[in-house]
Design a protein around this ligand. Sequence first.
Ligand code: NAP
Length: 504
Amino acid sequence: MKTSKCLNPTIFVIFGGTGDLNLRKLAPAIYNLNSDGFMSKEYAIIGTARKKLTDDEFRTTLMGGINSFSRAGKVKKDQWEEFAKNVYYSSSDVSAPETFTDLKASIEKLKKAFGPKAQVIYYLAVAPNLFPLIAECLQKYDLVGTEEDCRVVIEKPFGHDLESAKELNKLLAGIFSEKQIYRIDHYLGKETVQNIMAFRFANSFLEPLWNRNHIEHVQISVTEQLGVGDRGGYYDGSGALRDMIQNHILQLLCLIGMETPINFDADEIRNKKVDVLKAMRPFSPEDIRLSTVRGQYSKGWVEGKEVPGYRTEKDVNPQSNTETFAAAKFFVDNWRWQGIPFYVRTGKRLFQTSSLITIQFKDVPHQIFPAGVAEHWQQNRLIISIQPEMSIRLQVQAKRPGLDMVLNPVDMVFDYKGTYTAQAPEAYETLLLDVMTADQTQFMRADQVESAWELVMPIVNSWESKTSLSFPNYPADSWGPEDAEALIARDGFHWFTLPLKNKD
Ligand code: NAP
């Protein structure tokens, strides 16, 4: 979360260089960081994968990725030529020793040219089953440097459950120090997510209200219109709870729930986030029955096109018990939040793509206006829209202009588009700059990952041990299973959505 540029010469080693993540996200991010002047003059990118490619062929592959996916559009000739000459490719299988001996020779050569301040960043953009092997080989072939000059980035998912996350943490801790390990959750790099901290802690008016005395409930809703697409094979072994709630959504919840850090130090902020996870009420079997909902989409129609049900998607088990929708009611058992529900929901093939955090404040303690004055009475709400709309809006009651006293809710809106002309950086740009400048604030510490797994494991185990008899239980293009509406309606609330902009 720095604004400074990276001063140290940097060598990126990207395992999975030909993969989707590198082409869509990493290469465009590094290219844009370089074009915007955030990289040291001396840098190199070494991509590795099994596919046979020359350096030039790899460069062309990356150019294709950047041209298709960069927020800044197609590459510019001068910038591309400067970038391309720093890009190299090594065709190798991570199970072969030569991969690492060759890599060592390339890194040493570059380090010699770059001088003593050169740093190496290993980015593991490969399937999670290769994380342990690569980390072990980096150690075995003497490729692990010091805290100052060597870091490793681990992609999500970090573990499949609590036990595997602990195992991976243990393995990594035997090779790297915690200060060298960057467990990425790209959600944390999003501009709007980072702004939650700024909004909460750089303004004085919120803190006195930010507690159980004034807040009635909190909602976090991350919904997607798309189905699983080509990711059926991966998704069917994962599901909405693992894929979204264990990581992204719990991290958003931590940003809303955390106490005020005493400074902007990475560990201080992460300590405060872990405190939230540790204060979260564990789920008993009864809580799972009453306070969680799972769903799976059936076929339906989206924007005039028929779409398949989950069980007939590519690479999905036709009897799959995997949830494509999950909702839950959490509690944070501490002084600030005791008794205040945090409702979360996420799912695929839903009516709208949006990520929203809604904080609903309590009603006024006494109504001074005569009945009938308010055409529509609504409690105050703070709505943080993360994507696709990037905004923060405060909903208040106001008098409608005119001779009569008529009250209506209105929105006070901070809208990124209307306020700033500059394009927001992509999350991966922010996070890669953080890795280069050794700032771990936006990365998950070992204990954060384990605490989040600990919280969701009872739900994971319960859902996996009992086949859902109601699946599929929501049609494509709906808001999910009816039980999810009932979960929140039982407490007198409803799920909040923003007026549609990305639909119709
Ligand atoms: P992918 O498209 O399947 O790419 C995997 C890469 O690994 C390819 O470059 C592949 O190239 C290489 N590879 C596979 N086996 C190898 C081996 N034995 N030795 C050397 N290289 C090998 O996967 P991805 O979508 O980029 O995802 C990569 C990681 O990022 C995963 O952990 C994923 O969960 C995570 N992630 C991805 C996204 C995304 O948007 N794609 C988002 C969040 C997280 P070869 O087959 O040529 O070897």
